[in-house]
Ligand binder design. Structure first.
Ligand SMILES: NC(=O)c1ccc[n+]([C@@H]2O[C@H](COP(=O)([O-])OP(=O)(O)OC[C@H]3O[C@@H](n4cnc5c(N)ncnc54)[C@H](O)[C@@H]3O)[C@@H](O)[C@H]2O)c1
Ligand SMILES: O=C(O)C[C@H](O)C(=O)O
Length: 321
Protein backbone atom coordinates (compact mmCIF):
# COMPACT_ATOMS: atom_id res chain seq x y z
CA UNK A 1 0.00 0.00 0.00
CA UNK A 2 2.85 2.36 0.71
CA UNK A 3 4.14 1.88 -2.83
CA UNK A 4 0.70 2.56 -4.25
CA UNK A 5 0.30 5.82 -2.36
CA UNK A 6 3.76 7.15 -3.02
CA UNK A 7 3.62 6.49 -6.75
CA UNK A 8 0.15 8.01 -6.96
CA UNK A 9 1.40 11.10 -5.20
CA UNK A 10 4.02 11.48 -7.91
CA UNK A 11 1.32 11.53 -10.57
CA UNK A 12 1.97 7.98 -11.72
CA UNK A 13 -1.59 6.73 -11.30
CA UNK A 14 -2.69 5.03 -14.47
CA UNK A 15 -6.04 6.78 -14.63
CA UNK A 16 -7.54 9.95 -13.29
CA UNK A 17 -10.34 9.58 -10.75
CA UNK A 18 -12.73 11.32 -13.14
CA UNK A 19 -12.78 8.18 -15.33
CA UNK A 20 -13.83 5.96 -12.40
CA UNK A 21 -17.33 4.51 -12.36
CA UNK A 22 -16.87 3.24 -8.80
CA UNK A 23 -17.83 -0.28 -9.77
CA UNK A 24 -16.94 -3.30 -7.68
CA UNK A 25 -15.92 -6.52 -9.43
CA UNK A 26 -15.31 -10.05 -8.13
CA UNK A 27 -13.20 -12.56 -10.02
CA UNK A 28 -14.05 -16.11 -8.87
CA UNK A 29 -11.16 -18.43 -9.74
CA UNK A 30 -8.79 -15.48 -9.46
CA UNK A 31 -5.63 -17.52 -8.90
CA UNK A 32 -5.91 -19.42 -12.17
CA UNK A 33 -4.48 -19.02 -15.64
CA UNK A 34 -7.33 -16.74 -16.67
CA UNK A 35 -8.19 -15.40 -13.22
CA UNK A 36 -4.80 -13.81 -12.52
CA UNK A 37 -4.45 -11.70 -15.67
CA UNK A 38 -8.16 -10.92 -15.56
CA UNK A 39 -7.84 -9.66 -11.98
CA UNK A 40 -4.85 -7.60 -13.05
CA UNK A 41 -6.74 -6.02 -15.94
CA UNK A 42 -9.61 -5.18 -13.56
CA UNK A 43 -7.10 -3.72 -11.11
CA UNK A 44 -5.71 -1.51 -13.90
CA UNK A 45 -9.10 -0.44 -15.24
CA UNK A 46 -10.52 2.91 -14.17
CA UNK A 47 -14.04 1.50 -14.08
CA UNK A 48 -13.37 -0.76 -11.09
CA UNK A 49 -12.51 0.82 -7.78
CA UNK A 50 -12.71 -2.46 -5.88
CA UNK A 51 -11.47 -5.85 -7.04
CA UNK A 52 -12.29 -9.01 -5.06
CA UNK A 53 -10.06 -11.95 -5.95
CA UNK A 54 -11.66 -15.21 -4.79
CA UNK A 55 -10.23 -18.70 -5.23
CA UNK A 56 -9.87 -21.86 -3.19
CA UNK A 57 -6.10 -21.29 -3.10
CA UNK A 58 -3.41 -18.62 -3.47
CA UNK A 59 -5.48 -15.45 -3.56
CA UNK A 60 -3.73 -13.80 -0.60
CA UNK A 61 -0.60 -13.84 -2.75
CA UNK A 62 -2.38 -12.69 -5.90
CA UNK A 63 -4.03 -9.81 -4.02
CA UNK A 64 -0.80 -8.76 -2.35
CA UNK A 65 0.96 -8.81 -5.71
CA UNK A 66 -1.80 -6.77 -7.40
CA UNK A 67 -1.88 -4.26 -4.55
CA UNK A 68 1.69 -3.29 -5.48
CA UNK A 69 0.49 -2.06 -8.87
CA UNK A 70 0.09 1.69 -8.58
CA UNK A 71 -3.59 1.96 -9.37
CA UNK A 72 -6.37 3.58 -7.34
CA UNK A 73 -8.99 1.56 -5.48
CA UNK A 74 -8.74 -1.57 -3.40
CA UNK A 75 -7.85 -5.16 -4.15
CA UNK A 76 -8.72 -7.92 -1.73
CA UNK A 77 -7.98 -11.63 -1.80
CA UNK A 78 -10.41 -14.20 -0.44
CA UNK A 79 -10.32 -17.93 0.04
CA UNK A 80 -13.29 -19.75 1.54
CA UNK A 81 -11.68 -19.29 4.96
CA UNK A 82 -9.53 -16.18 4.62
CA UNK A 83 -9.75 -12.56 3.61
CA UNK A 84 -6.61 -10.64 2.98
CA UNK A 85 -5.79 -7.34 1.32
CA UNK A 86 -6.38 -3.65 1.12
CA UNK A 87 -10.15 -3.44 1.47
CA UNK A 88 -10.90 -1.73 4.78
CA UNK A 89 -13.83 -4.05 5.42
CA UNK A 90 -11.91 -7.25 5.01
CA UNK A 91 -12.00 -9.75 7.82
CA UNK A 92 -9.58 -12.51 8.69
CA UNK A 93 -11.54 -15.69 9.17
CA UNK A 94 -10.82 -18.37 11.67
CA UNK A 95 -9.94 -21.58 9.84
CA UNK A 96 -13.07 -23.27 8.54
CA UNK A 97 -15.33 -20.23 8.89
CA UNK A 98 -16.20 -20.40 5.19
CA UNK A 99 -17.36 -16.78 4.90
CA UNK A 100 -14.88 -15.82 2.18
CA UNK A 101 -17.20 -16.18 -0.80
CA UNK A 102 -19.89 -14.07 0.88
CA UNK A 103 -17.46 -11.27 1.66
CA UNK A 104 -15.91 -11.44 -1.81
CA UNK A 105 -19.33 -10.95 -3.40
CA UNK A 106 -21.09 -8.44 -1.15
CA UNK A 107 -21.80 -5.20 -3.00
CA UNK A 108 -20.40 -6.39 -6.35
CA UNK A 109 -21.72 -4.84 -9.54
CA UNK A 110 -19.94 -7.33 -11.79
CA UNK A 111 -18.89 -10.96 -11.20
CA UNK A 112 -16.60 -12.86 -13.58
CA UNK A 113 -16.24 -16.63 -13.15
CA UNK A 114 -13.22 -18.43 -14.65
CA UNK A 115 -13.16 -21.02 -11.80
CA UNK A 116 -12.75 -24.68 -12.62
CA UNK A 117 -10.53 -27.07 -14.52
CA UNK A 118 -9.39 -26.48 -18.10
CA UNK A 119 -9.09 -29.25 -20.70
CA UNK A 120 -6.03 -31.29 -21.46
CA UNK A 121 -5.17 -32.71 -24.90
CA UNK A 122 -7.75 -35.23 -26.03
CA UNK A 123 -10.57 -33.84 -23.88
CA UNK A 124 -13.75 -32.16 -25.06
CA UNK A 125 -15.18 -29.24 -23.15
CA UNK A 126 -18.02 -31.50 -22.08
CA UNK A 127 -15.47 -33.76 -20.32
CA UNK A 128 -15.12 -30.91 -17.79
CA UNK A 129 -18.80 -30.99 -16.92
CA UNK A 130 -18.63 -33.25 -13.88
CA UNK A 131 -16.11 -31.04 -12.11
CA UNK A 132 -17.09 -27.59 -13.28
CA UNK A 133 -20.88 -27.86 -13.13
CA UNK A 134 -20.91 -28.08 -9.36
CA UNK A 135 -18.23 -25.37 -9.00
CA UNK A 136 -20.34 -22.95 -11.06
CA UNK A 137 -23.51 -23.94 -9.21
CA UNK A 138 -21.90 -23.27 -5.82
CA UNK A 139 -20.42 -19.93 -6.89
CA UNK A 140 -23.72 -18.83 -8.46
CA UNK A 141 -25.56 -19.71 -5.25
CA UNK A 142 -23.24 -17.19 -3.62
CA UNK A 143 -24.08 -14.62 -6.30
CA UNK A 144 -27.82 -15.25 -5.85
CA UNK A 145 -27.50 -14.69 -2.11
CA UNK A 146 -24.98 -11.85 -1.87
CA UNK A 147 -25.19 -9.79 -5.10
CA UNK A 148 -28.20 -11.00 -7.10
CA UNK A 149 -28.28 -7.87 -9.24
CA UNK A 150 -24.67 -8.18 -10.39
CA UNK A 151 -23.91 -8.59 -14.07
CA UNK A 152 -22.35 -12.04 -14.20
CA UNK A 153 -20.04 -13.44 -16.86
CA UNK A 154 -19.36 -17.20 -16.96
CA UNK A 155 -16.07 -18.33 -18.50
CA UNK A 156 -15.86 -21.83 -16.94
CA UNK A 157 -16.39 -24.59 -19.50
CA UNK A 158 -18.45 -26.22 -20.84
CA UNK A 159 -20.03 -22.78 -21.29
CA UNK A 160 -22.94 -24.24 -23.27
CA UNK A 161 -23.97 -26.01 -20.06
CA UNK A 162 -22.58 -23.79 -17.30
CA UNK A 163 -24.49 -20.68 -18.43
CA UNK A 164 -27.83 -22.56 -18.20
CA UNK A 165 -26.73 -23.80 -14.75
CA UNK A 166 -26.02 -20.22 -13.69
CA UNK A 167 -29.39 -19.08 -14.93
CA UNK A 168 -31.23 -21.92 -13.19
CA UNK A 169 -29.55 -21.05 -9.89
CA UNK A 170 -30.85 -17.48 -10.19
CA UNK A 171 -34.31 -18.65 -11.26
CA UNK A 172 -34.50 -21.18 -8.41
CA UNK A 173 -33.43 -18.52 -5.94
CA UNK A 174 -36.19 -16.28 -7.28
CA UNK A 175 -33.78 -13.44 -8.00
CA UNK A 176 -33.92 -13.34 -11.79
CA UNK A 177 -36.27 -10.51 -12.72
CA UNK A 178 -38.96 -11.94 -14.98
CA UNK A 179 -41.29 -9.82 -17.03
CA UNK A 180 -44.63 -11.52 -17.62
CA UNK A 181 -46.50 -10.04 -20.58
CA UNK A 182 -50.14 -9.53 -19.58
CA UNK A 183 -52.54 -8.90 -22.45
CA UNK A 184 -56.25 -8.28 -23.07
CA UNK A 185 -58.26 -6.13 -20.71
CA UNK A 186 -58.75 -5.43 -17.02
CA UNK A 187 -61.44 -7.64 -15.49
CA UNK A 188 -61.36 -11.31 -14.56
CA UNK A 189 -60.75 -13.56 -17.55
CA UNK A 190 -60.08 -10.62 -19.88
CA UNK A 191 -56.70 -10.41 -18.11
CA UNK A 192 -54.34 -12.95 -19.66
CA UNK A 193 -50.75 -13.45 -18.39
CA UNK A 194 -48.52 -15.22 -20.91
CA UNK A 195 -46.24 -17.22 -18.62
CA UNK A 196 -45.02 -19.25 -21.62
CA UNK A 197 -43.10 -16.15 -22.74
CA UNK A 198 -41.00 -15.86 -19.58
CA UNK A 199 -37.54 -17.15 -20.53
CA UNK A 200 -36.42 -20.12 -18.46
CA UNK A 201 -39.70 -20.46 -16.55
CA UNK A 202 -41.11 -23.97 -16.36
CA UNK A 203 -44.40 -24.54 -14.59
CA UNK A 204 -46.41 -27.66 -13.93
CA UNK A 205 -49.96 -27.59 -15.28
CA UNK A 206 -51.26 -27.01 -11.76
CA UNK A 207 -48.83 -24.14 -11.06
CA UNK A 208 -49.66 -22.48 -14.39
CA UNK A 209 -53.39 -22.69 -13.71
CA UNK A 210 -53.01 -21.37 -10.17
CA UNK A 211 -50.80 -18.43 -11.23
CA UNK A 212 -52.96 -17.53 -14.24
CA UNK A 213 -56.16 -17.41 -12.19
CA UNK A 214 -54.39 -15.53 -9.40
CA UNK A 215 -53.30 -12.79 -11.85
CA UNK A 216 -56.77 -12.65 -13.40
CA UNK A 217 -58.39 -12.24 -10.00
CA UNK A 218 -55.60 -10.33 -8.22
CA UNK A 219 -57.90 -7.34 -7.68
CA UNK A 220 -60.51 -9.60 -6.06
CA UNK A 221 -57.83 -10.97 -3.70
CA UNK A 222 -57.25 -7.46 -2.33
CA UNK A 223 -60.95 -6.55 -2.15
CA UNK A 224 -61.54 -9.70 -0.13
CA UNK A 225 -58.56 -9.10 2.17
CA UNK A 226 -59.66 -5.50 2.81
CA UNK A 227 -63.05 -6.86 3.78
CA UNK A 228 -65.15 -3.88 2.68
CA UNK A 229 -62.52 -1.18 3.25
CA UNK A 230 -61.87 -0.69 -0.46
CA UNK A 231 -59.99 -2.22 -3.38
CA UNK A 232 -56.30 -2.12 -4.35
CA UNK A 233 -54.78 1.27 -3.53
CA UNK A 234 -51.09 0.84 -2.68
CA UNK A 235 -50.21 -1.55 -5.53
CA UNK A 236 -52.35 0.52 -7.93
CA UNK A 237 -50.63 3.73 -6.83
CA UNK A 238 -47.29 2.03 -7.48
CA UNK A 239 -48.36 0.90 -10.95
CA UNK A 240 -49.72 4.37 -11.80
CA UNK A 241 -46.51 5.99 -10.63
CA UNK A 242 -44.31 3.63 -12.69
CA UNK A 243 -46.51 4.29 -15.73
CA UNK A 244 -46.34 8.08 -15.31
CA UNK A 245 -42.61 8.08 -14.69
CA UNK A 246 -42.04 5.95 -17.81
CA UNK A 247 -44.29 8.25 -19.86
CA UNK A 248 -42.14 11.25 -18.84
CA UNK A 249 -38.93 9.36 -19.69
CA UNK A 250 -40.43 8.66 -23.14
CA UNK A 251 -41.33 12.37 -23.56
CA UNK A 252 -37.69 13.17 -22.94
CA UNK A 253 -36.58 10.83 -25.71
CA UNK A 254 -35.90 7.55 -23.88
CA UNK A 255 -37.28 4.45 -25.59
CA UNK A 256 -39.93 2.99 -23.28
CA UNK A 257 -41.96 -0.17 -23.82
CA UNK A 258 -44.79 -0.81 -21.39
CA UNK A 259 -48.18 -2.45 -21.59
CA UNK A 260 -51.28 -0.29 -22.08
CA UNK A 261 -54.97 -0.80 -22.90
CA UNK A 262 -55.33 1.24 -26.09
CA UNK A 263 -57.04 1.51 -29.48
CA UNK A 264 -55.54 -1.47 -31.20
CA UNK A 265 -55.40 -3.46 -34.45
CA UNK A 266 -53.64 -6.38 -32.80
CA UNK A 267 -56.89 -8.39 -32.47
CA UNK A 268 -60.45 -7.81 -33.66
CA UNK A 269 -61.29 -6.13 -30.32
CA UNK A 270 -61.27 -2.34 -30.75
CA UNK A 271 -59.31 -1.91 -27.49
CA UNK A 272 -56.70 -4.34 -26.30
CA UNK A 273 -53.77 -4.29 -23.86
CA UNK A 274 -50.39 -5.34 -25.20
CA UNK A 275 -46.84 -3.94 -25.05
CA UNK A 276 -46.60 -0.44 -26.57
CA UNK A 277 -43.63 1.72 -27.44
CA UNK A 278 -44.00 5.17 -25.93
CA UNK A 279 -42.26 8.22 -27.39
CA UNK A 280 -42.42 11.98 -26.94
CA UNK A 281 -46.03 12.05 -28.23
CA UNK A 282 -47.35 9.11 -26.20
CA UNK A 283 -48.03 5.67 -27.70
CA UNK A 284 -46.03 5.38 -30.92
CA UNK A 285 -46.40 1.70 -31.69
CA UNK A 286 -48.75 -0.99 -30.45
CA UNK A 287 -47.01 -4.35 -30.50
CA UNK A 288 -48.41 -7.83 -30.92
CA UNK A 289 -47.90 -10.45 -28.24
CA UNK A 290 -46.16 -13.28 -30.05
CA UNK A 291 -46.93 -16.98 -29.88
CA UNK A 292 -49.36 -18.38 -27.34
CA UNK A 293 -49.52 -21.94 -26.08
CA UNK A 294 -52.66 -24.01 -26.53
CA UNK A 295 -53.49 -23.37 -22.87
CA UNK A 296 -53.21 -19.59 -23.33
CA UNK A 297 -55.14 -19.74 -26.61
CA UNK A 298 -57.98 -21.41 -24.68
CA UNK A 299 -58.17 -18.46 -22.28
CA UNK A 300 -57.82 -16.00 -25.17
CA UNK A 301 -60.82 -17.52 -26.95
CA UNK A 302 -62.88 -17.29 -23.75
CA UNK A 303 -61.77 -13.71 -23.17
CA UNK A 304 -62.62 -12.13 -26.50
CA UNK A 305 -66.49 -12.20 -26.34
CA UNK A 306 -66.39 -10.70 -22.82
CA UNK A 307 -63.92 -8.01 -23.81
CA UNK A 308 -65.85 -7.03 -26.94
CA UNK A 309 -69.12 -6.89 -24.99
CA UNK A 310 -67.56 -4.63 -22.36
CA UNK A 311 -66.19 -2.31 -25.07
CA UNK A 312 -69.61 -2.18 -26.76
CA UNK A 313 -71.20 -1.34 -23.42
CA UNK A 314 -69.06 1.77 -23.11
CA UNK A 315 -69.99 2.92 -26.61
CA UNK A 316 -73.69 2.16 -26.05
CA UNK A 317 -73.70 4.32 -22.94
CA UNK A 318 -72.41 7.25 -24.96
CA UNK A 319 -74.95 6.69 -27.75
CA UNK A 320 -77.87 6.77 -25.31
CA UNK A 321 -77.42 10.50 -24.65
N1 LIG B 1 -15.22 -19.49 -22.30
C1 LIG B 1 -14.04 -19.54 -22.93
O1 LIG B 1 -13.89 -19.12 -24.09
C2 LIG B 1 -12.86 -20.11 -22.21
C3 LIG B 1 -11.57 -19.91 -22.68
C4 LIG B 1 -10.51 -20.47 -21.97
C5 LIG B 1 -10.78 -21.21 -20.84
N2 LIG B 1 -12.05 -21.40 -20.42
C6 LIG B 1 -12.37 -22.15 -19.22
O2 LIG B 1 -12.05 -21.36 -18.07
C7 LIG B 1 -11.80 -22.22 -16.96
C8 LIG B 1 -10.51 -21.79 -16.27
O3 LIG B 1 -9.40 -21.95 -17.12
P1 LIG B 1 -7.93 -21.66 -16.56
O4 LIG B 1 -7.00 -21.90 -17.66
O5 LIG B 1 -7.92 -20.32 -15.90
O6 LIG B 1 -7.80 -22.81 -15.46
P2 LIG B 1 -6.85 -22.84 -14.20
O7 LIG B 1 -6.82 -24.25 -13.71
O8 LIG B 1 -5.56 -22.17 -14.48
O9 LIG B 1 -7.61 -21.92 -13.14
C9 LIG B 1 -8.83 -22.30 -12.56
C10 LIG B 1 -8.89 -21.72 -11.18
O10 LIG B 1 -10.15 -22.05 -10.62
C11 LIG B 1 -9.93 -22.30 -9.24
N3 LIG B 1 -11.04 -23.03 -8.66
C12 LIG B 1 -11.31 -24.35 -8.70
N4 LIG B 1 -12.40 -24.62 -7.98
C13 LIG B 1 -12.82 -23.46 -7.48
C14 LIG B 1 -13.91 -23.09 -6.66
N5 LIG B 1 -14.78 -23.99 -6.23
N6 LIG B 1 -14.04 -21.80 -6.32
C15 LIG B 1 -13.19 -20.87 -6.78
N7 LIG B 1 -12.13 -21.16 -7.56
C16 LIG B 1 -11.96 -22.43 -7.91
C17 LIG B 1 -8.62 -23.07 -9.20
O11 LIG B 1 -8.06 -23.05 -7.91
C18 LIG B 1 -7.82 -22.32 -10.22
O12 LIG B 1 -7.07 -21.27 -9.63
C19 LIG B 1 -11.76 -23.63 -17.54
O13 LIG B 1 -13.00 -24.28 -17.29
C20 LIG B 1 -11.57 -23.41 -19.02
O14 LIG B 1 -12.07 -24.46 -19.81
C21 LIG B 1 -13.09 -20.86 -21.08
O1 LIG C 1 -10.58 -24.75 -25.71
C1 LIG C 1 -10.89 -24.63 -24.51
O2 LIG C 1 -11.08 -25.60 -23.76
C2 LIG C 1 -10.98 -23.25 -23.89
C3 LIG C 1 -11.95 -22.37 -24.59
O3 LIG C 1 -13.23 -22.90 -24.63
C4 LIG C 1 -11.47 -21.94 -25.96
O4 LIG C 1 -12.23 -22.03 -26.93
O5 LIG C 1 -10.32 -21.44 -26.05
Amino acid sequence: MFATRSLAAKGMRMYSSSTSLNAKVAVLGAAGGIGQPLSMLCRLSPVFTSVSCYDVVNTPGVAADLSHIPSPGSVTGFTPTEGFGSDANVKCYPAGAGAGLADALKGCDVVIIPAGVPRKPGMTRDDLFNTNASIVRTLMEGVAEHCPGALTCIISNPVNSTVPIAKDVLVNAGVLPADVPVIGGHAGITILPLFSQVPGLTLTDAEREELTVRVQFGGDEVVKAKDGAGSATLSMAYAGFVFAENAVKAMKGEKVVQAAYVDSDVTDAEFFASPCTFGPGGVEEVHGFGEMTEYEQGWFDKMMPDLKAQIAKGHAFMEEK
